[in-house]
Design a protein around this ligand. Sequence first.
Ligand code: SF4
Ligand code: SF4
Length: 82
Amino acid sequence: MNHARKHFVQFVQVTDFLTVSSMHECIACWKCVEACPRGVLGKVNFLWHKHAKLSNPGNCIGCGKCAAVCPQSIFSLNKKTR
Ligand code: SF4
Ligand code: SF4
């Protein structure tokens, strides 16, 4: 595959288990932050700029709770398993 021309990255694989699409769609409801049992997800929480972020990607266990609660379908689980 030719990687010479890099497109704007729409999908970024951020952990072994989880793919996070662009946070532009995030509505900062914080459901994913509250649902994650491992503290993987955190908040960018400025008045004018709010979205979820990955604080501790290495802690992700691929439980899928974030994907289940996100109203914007920002998370998807990878095929890979432990
Ligand atoms: S898959 Fe589970 S552990 Fe990983 S970020 Fe989502 S809720 Fe947290
Ligand atoms: S659940 Fe989805 S929309 Fe809500 S804060 Fe998390 S990523 Fe953003």
